[in-house]
Ligand binder design. Structure first.
Ligand SMILES: [Zn+2]
Length: 263
């Protein structure tokens, strides 16, 4: 796996000439994730899943190049928490479409948008960017991770992970809960306030419909706590399993859409 920002231009030329290049663009956001997790949680997670998916894609014949992460997105539900930043959906859409166009200009025409942030407007903006690029025949584009199509999201994040949960209410685990806390403890433990986790009581009894449909803000449906589920159930070991399985899942979704490259 190569990182676009860390290689010189002749390497990009070589990549394009190989005709095997597949670019992953991780997309996240700056958004509160409870008192224990960093605001960049979803950006970091998207990068972690990109790195976990890459070896499986390479096994299938692709050369994976990861573009610099888009660290800003649309985050309306948590906007009242200090530090949460939000773009207008059109801004995000333009940014992604323009990056896709620039990549394609140089011949990097397979683009996977790997999104780590669940927000309906944010996901729609990514779909819109994809549609712009596909309509123009600029590039082959696929949205994975959290996407508007719930079946794709489930195939990426939910398939094969249920057994790792220790929470008594896995159906209530969400934003800032067991899963995200586990991934953070495994992948970027230095950014987790571990001493705070012991004080975080379960938040199972929240308005699930309002959470899913974003009809109420995160502050009011979590009593100001900013997390959903039970962070105390999280372990680094669970995070390791989640990252491995979801990386495989994401690669499978991509390979199902585009197939393996012939040797
Ligand atoms: Zn998140």
């Amino acid at each position: 796996m190569l990182e676009l920002a860390k290689i010189p231009f002749p390497e990009v030329k070589r990549l394009v000439e190989s005709t095997r290049a597949l670019t992953i663009l991780p997309v996240g956001v700056v958004e509160e994730h409870g008192a224990h997790l960093p605001l960049g949680m979803d950006s970091f997670a998207a990068e972690v899943y990109a790195a976990s998916a890459a070896p499986h894609l390479e096994e299938a014949g692709y050369e994976v190049v990861v573009a610099p992460t888009i660290n800003y997105g649309v985050a309306r539900a948590a906007i009242d928490f200090p530090g949460t930043l939000s773009l207008e959906p059109a801004t995000l859409c333009s940014m992604v479409a323009e990056i896709g166009k620039s990549l394609a200009r140089h011949g990097l025409k397979r683009l996977v948008i790997l999104n780590g942030h669940r927000d309906l407007h944010h996901m729609k903006a990514l779909d819109d960017a994809k549609n712009l690029l596909v309509q123009d025949k600029t590039a082959q584009v696929l949205c994975v991770g959290f996407v508007s199509d719930p079946d794709i999201t489930a195939a990426c994040y939910r398939e094969g992970v249920r057994q790792f949960y220790r929470s008594p209410r896995p159906d209530r685990e969400g934003h800032g809960g067991e899963s995200e806390t586990s991934v953070a403890l495994h992948s970027f433990p230095e950014s987790v306030k571990k001493e705070v986790i012991g004080e975080l009581d379960p938040n199972f009894d929240y308005d699930v419909e309002a959470f899913r449909n974003e009809t109420k803000d995160y502050g009011s449906i979590s009593d100001g706590r900013g997390y959903f589920g039970w962070p105390q159930a999280a372990t680094a070991e669970t995070g390791k399993q989640l990252v491995a399985v979801r990386g495989r899942n994401i690669a499978d979704v991509i390979l199902k859409a585009w197939g393996a490259l012939k040797a």
